[in-house]
Design a binder for this molecule. Structure first.
Ligand code: IVH
Length: 671
């Protein structure tokens, strides 16, 4: 029998291993194992800890996901106030900041550190004896709220600092910005909408709202992230420079933003500001500018602070990416779940380099809230989401000729009934045979991240739906050459190609199939978790709600949605017809191993614009071949794929001697 001592050793070993993988995944962005393998390690650890509960320590990786909801947050007085920053809105103001600093420095040399200003919420993390003891929100700067349990759910917050010598001491305070990645933000809003909750206006509100959530299980499901930017030991800053502090933070296990620069003068700061502005859209998080800090902490102390902000730092804010334009019409789109999305069709306007002619209005409540009418002038903004949104109506420009908009009572496509469930903000067409829904489901099924049936685009799907050739995606596999070549603009050759694509899709991975089914709340990440966990569509179809809910990373909403989907006879029938048609419904280890060797296990970084591929496409192509895409260039990067206007990533690749491919070379590699 295993003694408590040997179990204790095992537990410690497992924890070490899990911590290493957490850091690789969340901090370094270079994971070595799959999410499912990580989950398995956590499960093993949980089991062992259940056997020996006295060995559970607060820094064990199992202690991230919290227990019961808190009743409210206790207030905590910050040891050092969390100040705000003075803003500069243009280069002249930035120069004036430099002038003020030069004066205070009285001839001594000045260096600056330029960092990104992450648009999230700041947090103070206190470590006692290297263990995370407290997480406190900024609050009013003097008093914040203790949100330790929530801070623990952030995987890039180390529960224990990595030991390092130590000049710093064991009791430190780390400050940083909590944020929600753009990709997670979009999912969060979609989820909230379905649950009848209002959308978060932007990623910052989403981060703030989530951090102050009383139920830390919800916090854990939202995947907050953190960039650390400040280090305090007791009352003082332990390093001579901000630059050294940032590097120490990285060593200690924090995620520190890689886009930072040590600038010998304000001119380099200005350069960096300009460069980062062009790269803003490439980041998976929102920034609203840059923060410029005097590098020497001694000078920082000397310069001091006003009531509100330090004299040694300034924010350089990027101009908001907004424009005004006219709403020409409001149309309604029907998604694959039947959801009605009103869209404002706009007079085309240039916004941050692209011409915008549509903005989403999300739902009827949002139209009501904005009070927007057809013919109105509106302020639009390009923010965290792909499609710009309407911020407000410019009422002073009203002429009286504007028309109110009403959501349709019947589906504009199939004429079916529209329902809006109690508590839901989304109205849906519930007709089982709605062509618009079928269209959406087929396009989703064929999309790149799903079954990747290339050539099955909108115009073909429209024709197939119109001609009632298909009932659901299962019928795709019954299409004949004759039927396809009978469609408009379909030469025999293209019809053959499409058939070949459909045939090829039969051997897609199980995770892609599960994603392709279009189950609500099951994105590609969840699909991969389900595929790895259940191993086959048949097993997944039989899984109980409890079994689903028990999977780490799968919440109750997802569990209910999956169970509900398979409880529908029509859906189940679709599954079995797909199987009968020869679509692979099991995880196939052999095929999993047989990924493209040029891609498998290799790390890619994408930078600049590739005319032939969107970011998403390029990423999907790499990942489907077993490669990984990361955001920053390091020694571990195997390839940098550089498009037009590639910036600092390309420079870094050249410095590090990483292979750089242009679009043509990338295409060749894909072939
Ligand atoms: S330094 C006294 N560094 O911006 C120093 N702040 O407008 C203030 N922020 O409350 C913090 N990224 O929430 C600093 N790299 C960065 C930052 C950053 C985002 C936020 C922070 C602060 C606000 C001030």
């Amino acid at each position: 029998m295993a003694t408590a001592q040997t179990i204790g050793k095992k537990i410690e070993k497992l924890r070490e291993e899990i911590r290493r993988h957490e850091e690789l995944y969340y901090v370094k962005d270079t994971p070595e194992i799959s999410d499912a393998e990580y989950d398995k390690l956590i499960e093993q650890l949980k089991k062992l800890e259940e056997e020996q509960p006295q060995l559970i320590t607060p820094d064990s990786p199992t202690q991230r996901v919290g227990g019961r909801p808190a009743e409210g947050f206790p207030e905590v007085v910050h040891r050092r106030p969390m100040l705000s920053l003075d803003n500069s809105y243009n280069i002249e103001e930035l120069m004036a900041f430099d002038q003020r600093c030069q004066k205070l420095a009285e001839g001594r040399a000045l260096e600056y550190v330029a960092e990104l200003k992450i648009d999230g919420v700041s947090i103070s993390l206190q470590y006692d004896n290297q263990l995370l003891a407290r997480g406190v929100t900024r609050g009013d700067g003097r008093i914040g709220e203790e949100v330790t349990q929530n801070a623990r759910t952030i995987r890039s917050v180390p529960l224990r600092l990595r030991a390092s010598g130590d000049s710093v001491g064991r009791d430190v305070e780390v400050r940083g910005e909590v944020f929600i990645p753009r990709s997670v933000f979009e999912n969060t809003n979609a989820e909230r909408e379905e649950q009848g909750e209002p959308r978060f206006a932007n990623p910052r509100n989403a981060a703030a709202g989530t951090l102050r959530q009383l139920d830390s299980r919800i916090v854990a499901s939202r995947r907050l992230d953190l960039f650390a930017y400040d280090l305090i030991a007791g009352e003082r800053k332990p390093f001579a420079t901000q630059w050294a502090a940032l590097n120490w933070l990285e060593q200690a296990g924090f995620r520190v933003n890689p886009h930072r620069e040590l600038c010998p003068s304000i001119e380099e700061v200005v350069e960096f500001c300009k460069r980062m502005e062009t790269q803003r859209d490439d980041l998976d998080y929102e920034i609203d500018g840059l923060v410029v800090k005097v590098n020497s902490t001694r000078l920082q102390d000397e310069f001091g602070a006003t009531q509100k902000a330090p004299r040694w730092a300034a924010a350089y804010k990027y101009p908001a990416r907004q424009a005004t334009t006219k709403v020409l019409a409001i149309t309604v789109q029907i998604g694959r779940t039947g959801a009605l999305t009103p869209v404002a069709n706009l007079e085309p306007v240039l916004l941050a380099g692209t011409t915008v002619s549509r903005a989403t209005l999300h739902n009827a409540d949002e139209i009501e809230r904005l009070g927007v009418r057809i013919g109105d002038w509106v302020l639009i903004e390009k923010g965290g989401e792909v499609i710009p949104k309407v911020l407000k109506v410019i009422e002073s420009k009203r002429t009286g000729a504007e028309k109110r908009f009403r959501m349709p009572r019947k589906c504009p496509v199939c004429g079916g009934e529209i329902f809006r469930l109690d508590g839901e903000v989304v109205a849906r067409c519930v007709a089982a045979d709605c062509g618009a829904q079928l269209r959406g489901r087929l396009l989703h099924f064929a999309s790149r991240r799903a079954m990747r049936i290339e050539g099955l685009g909108e115009s073909l799907v429209d024709q197939m739906v119109e001609k009632k050739m298909l009932r659901d995606a299962g019928d795709l596999y019954k299409l004949t050459l004759g039927e396809i070549s009978g469609l408009e603009r379909m030469a025999k050759k293209s019809a053959q190609n499409l058939l070949a694509q459909i045939e090829r899709s039969k051997s897609r991975d199980l995770s892609h199939l599960i994603y392709a089914l279009g189950i609500r709340h099951v994105g590609d990440r969840t699909a991969a978790i389900l595929a790895n966990y259940f191993g086959s569509l048949e097993t997944l179809a039989e899984a109980s709600e409890t079994a689903l809910d028990d999977i780490p990373e799968v919440g109750l909403t997802v569990a209910q949605s999956v169970r509900g989907w398979f409880d529908d006879a029509g859906n189940l029938d679709l599954c079995w017809r797909l199987r009968a048609a020869g679509v692979r419904t099991k995880i196939d280890e052999k095929e999993k191993a047989a990924v493209d060797e040029r891609f498998a296990g290799k790390q890619f970084v994408l930078t600049g614009t590739l005319p032939g591929y969107s970011r998403e496409e390029a990423r999907a192509l790499i990942e489907s071949r077993g490669g990984r895409v990361t955001t920053s260039v390091s020694k571990k990067t195997d390839y940098v794929i550089a498009g037009a206007e590639a910036g600092s990533k390309l420079d870094k690749a050249t410095t590090l001697g990483v292979t750089v491919l242009d679009e043509a070379a990338f295409k060749g590699m894909l072939r």
